[in-house]
Ligand binder design. Structure first.
Ligand SMILES: [Zn+2]
Ligand SMILES: [Zn+2]
Length: 457
């Protein structure tokens, strides 16, 4: 399997003398397999040059699969300029996350409406197929592709492509689920000591990959003022990659304000961090033109990945959601976020009222505050998990308590997800959609340890 970077910038293209080395184009990575499969992670402005190369050199008719992480501008703006779309006979499959208010085709058509672009999507000569994906495992273009939701203020998928005895993971845009990554317990291994189940799931997703391409838009100093913007630091990416037994980590989605000297410094700091911690991970910052060849290492299949879901977008809308919080502002915010997604929202201002409501109007999902007058959120969680009818109800804890003890208690008592305040409306909406989408998924091995696939034992 071969990987080539065509766009490494996040947020917006940033061409100019300061970005010559790492590149100014937004996210686009080409992956080719020995069987002739051509995949693209995202379709930012880097897709223009990739398209030109395919037109000049690829066997005709051109066939490619675009794996969109999400549809923020920096991941789709190269699409109207992707030259193969203008050639009859070209076959392009566009895959991306289901679950936004509109279909993938509608969203991509939107940026090509007459107001924005002279050619409408329906006028393109290529055959374009759209495939909306949920979290799961797919066979696409001769490769095994595992998709998993990331933490971003939009429905966003990370992809793991397994082919030719190698595995590459692409995870942009993604923010740590918890501010605090590790339990403060030296007896635990790195993998075991990940505090938040979301970060642990993210590490499992990378397990044993040959190469992980990861968002590292902000430095640790910048990150506190960018909370909830949906991006990572090199420290987070290095820590999880090491815990997951990844061989090589490529940091990307560089901030548009970071010039070459700054990105070089990030690369040096990331390498220093790897060395200080004694990890065995090669790390570099992605630049346009970077080419990697992934050698076969045997089967690299991720164990325990869920099979592809059958449900579509509609399954994520119109659900009954109970919001339990004693703060009317939080209830109003959650109500607004969820109604936008077509959900039916019921509110309760305390634990007792919530338990009574659950008996009479069973919800499809519960948003639960922790700090409430008796019974508090953890007590309500305990009661609900002890009852057969609500043992598997998706429960998202909403809380200002982001310390280790409370996060751990929340998950130990059976929280499905743990979202800390303050949160943004798109962030809450995406977390709820991810929880609903996971409900009922068939997992071969759920909640398992982080095991590198293909290792001897
Ligand atoms: Zn982005
Ligand atoms: Zn984004």
């Amino acid at each position: 399997m071969r990987v080539r970077f065509w766009g490494t910038r996040g947020s917006i293209a940033a061409p100019g003398p300061d970005t010559v080395r790492f590149g100014g184009n937004t996210s686009c990575v080409e992956v080719t397999t020995s069987g002739g499969g051509c995949f693209m992670f995202d379709c930012g402005t880097g897709a223009r040059a990739l398209g030109a190369k395919l037109v000049a050199h690829a066997p005709k008719p051109i066939s490619a699969t675009i794996l969109l992480s999400h549809t923020h501008w920096d991941h789709i703006q190269g699409f109207p300029f992707f030259a193969p779309l203008f050639i009859p006979g070209t076959r392009i499959t566009v895959c991306g996350p289901e679950g936004s208010g509109r279909s993938l085709r509608e969203v991509l058509s939107g940026q090509m409406e007459f107001t924005y672009f002279p050619v409408e999507i329906s006028q393109l000569p290529a055959t374009i197929t759209f495939q909306e994906l949920g979290e799961g495992t797919y066979e696409i273009g001769g490769a095994r592709i595992v998709a998993q939701y990331l933490h971003h203020p939009a429905m966003t998928l990370g992809y793991r492509v397994e082919a030719d005895g190698a595995a590459v993971v692409y995870a942009c845009d993604h923010e740590p689920f918890s501010e605090m990554l590790w339990h403060d317990n030296p007896a635990l291994s790195r993998a075991e000591s990940i505090v938040h189940e979301g970060d642990r799931r993210h590490a499992r997703f990378m397990a044993g990959a040959d190469t992980v391409i990861h968002d590292a838009q902000y430095t640790p100093e910048e990150s506190p003022s960018k909370k909830n913007w949906g991006h990572s630091t090199y420290e987070y990416a290095v820590g999880l990659a090491a815990a997951a037994g990844v061989r090589q980590l490529v940091l990307t989605h560089h901030d548009p304000t970071h010039g070459d000297a700054f990105v070089e410094e990030i690369e040096a700091r990331a390498r220093g961090y790897v060395a200080d911690l004694g990890y065995d991970v090669q790390v570099c910052c992605a630049y346009e033109g970077l080419e990697l060849t992934l050698e076969p290492h045997g089967v690299r299949h991720l164990a325990g990945a869920p099979v592809a879901p059958h449900s579509g977008r509609d399954a994520l809308r119109g659900r009954h959601i109970l919001v339990v919080d004693d703060d009317p502002d939080i209830r109003a915010l959650a109500n607004h976020a969820l109604r936008q997604d077509g959900h039916i929202v019921i509110e309760a201002s305390g634990g007792r009222e919530a338990l009574a409501l659950i008996d009479t109007q069973p919800p499809d999902l519960l948003l639960l505050d922790l700090l409430m007058p008796d019974p508090g959120g953890l007590e309500v969680l305990k009661i609900l998990r002890s009852r057969p009818a609500t043992a598997a109800l998706p429960i998202v804890v909403l809380t200002a308590l982001d310390d280790e003890v409370n996060t751990r208690s929340g998950f130990e008592l059976g929280a499905t997800d743990y979202l800390t305040k303050p949160f943004s409306i798109p962030q809450l909406a995406a977390r709820v959609r991810a929880c609903l989408a996971r409900t009922g998924l068939e997992f071969a091995v759920d909640q398992g340890p982080i095991v590198a696939p293909g290792d001897p034992d």
